[in-house]
Design a protein around this ligand. Structure first.
Ligand SMILES: NC(=O)c1ccc[n+]([C@@H]2O[C@H](COP(=O)([O-])OP(=O)(O)OC[C@H]3O[C@@H](n4cnc5c(N)ncnc54)[C@H](O)[C@@H]3O)[C@@H](O)[C@H]2O)c1
Length: 435
């Protein structure tokens, strides 16, 4: 078997002595914290990203992600560098691909970034290199798409280059579960690919869990996120049903959650957001449709979850109706455009759809989000207003969409004429309408 040519040491020795150079392709929410973790573990780490802006930010030790405060660079002793030049791949012993896998307009997975990154890596790979795909992706991607890319470049996988899959489980903003404390699934195209992948991640993760094949690890990741999407849909459907029954879904869930076994509480909300939970089940759905299987539960969950923004807008109309006002011309203040509390991320955020629907109905819509100073919606730029008593007081209806800490720590609810609370965080009051 070929080994790294620049050294007489084996891959294992280079990992053990921290002489191995590690690369991360794609310095986003998944890739940058991973790069930091390897650098903190003592490895020289090279980030490769096509974005000049992100590469410059890493070089200048600037933070652009909630999980990577600037102070973290201080503990790295300069072991993390970044470049836009794929030639750097030729210097690496091991690298992880963390590029985006969004949904295309037809709601099928767009693995174009994975293909492009793998082609660029394959064009620059060196003998003995370990390449691990970490992007969330369609079942079969590692062996059916990425492996052939290396083969076309002339490498024998399992001999010249080692290929693994290790799904990302990061939960941005979660302080309890870090890269280190979240068990890591790993798989390899061959036994040696698995062994090396496992060895690499054992350097930064407490518990590494090997599975028999990349497609099992790929599908496990999709199942984790589908589990969440389906359970949130169940909670959302409960909210829709309780609305008909005239009771509070929140009270029902709280009551059900007193059962100490076989119940895991999930809560209703304005819809699904982020680039994982709303998107990832579609990867599984699209793949099994190719086999003639209809993923009924995933489809039903998607239908319920995507109906929630319209339901919230209906609640806004009902709240305004109490004061004899139409949506058209009413001043509406949306609280929280990020998809979850205390993060910057607005990808797939249901708040955007709610803003769009209210603007379409002629509402005079403003938003307040301490994490999202400005945003673009359908070609129009919107800026966050401040979290002030004047703004709350001036609104005909305040719509709580994301429970950022600032809204809860500095409550201004008494200044609001009407409040629609989609997260059950505003204290009870005559002007409060919950979903
Ligand atoms: N964001 C999350 O919380 C999360 C959680 C679990 C899994 N994931 C998965 O991790 C993967 C990465 O997601 P992310 O949120 O980090 O994305 P991101 O958009 O934050 O970052 C991706 C980075 O990849 C770079 N990039 C794109 N194409 C490239 C290429 N060909 N070569 C080099 N760099 C390239 C982009 O410039 C960007 O900086 C996705 O598959 C996603 O589904 C993300």
């Amino acid at each position: 078997m070929n080994e790294i040519v620049t050294s007489a040491m084996t891959f294992d020795d280079r990992i053990a002595t921290r002489e191995a150079r590690v690369g991360i392709v794609g310095l986003g929410y998944a890739g940058l914290p991973l790069a930091m973790a390897f650098a903190e573990a003592g490895f020289e780490v090279t980030g490769v990203d096509l974005s000049d802006e992100r590469v410059r930010a890493v070089q200048e030790h600037r933070s652009y992600l909630v999980d990577v405060p600037e102070e973290r660079y201080a503990g790295l002793d300069g072991r993390l560098t970044a470049t836009t030049d794929y030639a750097a791949v030729g210097e690496l012993d091991a690298l992880t691909i963390c590029v985006p896998t969004p949904l295309s307009k037809t709601r099928t997975p767009d693995i174009g970034y994975v293909v492009s990154a793998a082609e660029s890596v394959a064009a620059n790979t060196r003998p003995g290199q370990l390449v691990v795909l970490q992007s969330t992706t369609s079942p079969g991607t590692t062996e059916e798409i990425v492996k052939p890319i290396f083969e076309r470049a002339g490498a024998i996988v399992g001999q010249d280059v080692f290929l693994g899959y290790a799904p990302e489980r990061v939960d941005p903003g979660n302080r309890r579960y870090t890269i280190k404390s979240t068990p890591k699934l790993v798989a390899g195209v061959t036994g040696e690919c698995l062994r090396r992948t496992e060895l690499l991640y054992r350097q930064i993760v407490d518990e590494v869990v090997p599975v028999s094949s990349p497609i099992v690890a790929e599908t496990a990741k999709l199942h984790e996120n589908t589990f969440r999407a389906v359970n949130i849909a169940l909670a959302n459907e409960l909210a829709l049903m309780c609305d008909r029954l005239g009771i509070s879904p929140w009270e029902v869930i709280e009551a059900a959650a007193t059962k100490p076994f076989a119940f895991l509480p999930h809560y209703p909300g304005p819809g699904l957001g982020g680039d994982c939970i709303p998107v990832v089940p579609q990867f599984l759905a699209a793949r099994v449709r190719e086999y003639g299987y209809s993923p009924r539960l995933i489809d039903a969950a998607h239908e319920i979850n995507t109906s929630m923004p319209g339901y919230v807008v209906g609640k806004v109309a009902d709240a305004l109706n109490e004061d004899g006002k139409p949506v058209k011309g009413s001043r509406l203040l949306l609280l929280g455009m990020a998809y979850k509390a205390d993060v910057h991320d607005t990808r797939e955020s249901p708040s955007l759809e709610i803003m769009r629907l209210l603007l379409e109905r002629g509402g005079e819509v403003r938003y307040c989000d301490p994490w999202v100073p400005d945003l673009e919606l359908d070609g129009v730029r919107h800026r966050s207003v401040g979290w002030t008593r004047e703004e709350v007081d001036a609104a005909d209806c305040v719509v709580l969409l994301t429970s950022h800490r600032q809204f809860l720590d500095e409550p201004l609810w008494d200044a609001a004429a009407r409040i629609v609370d989609s997260r059950n965080v505003v204290p009870d009051g005559p002007s409060v309408h919950r979903i």
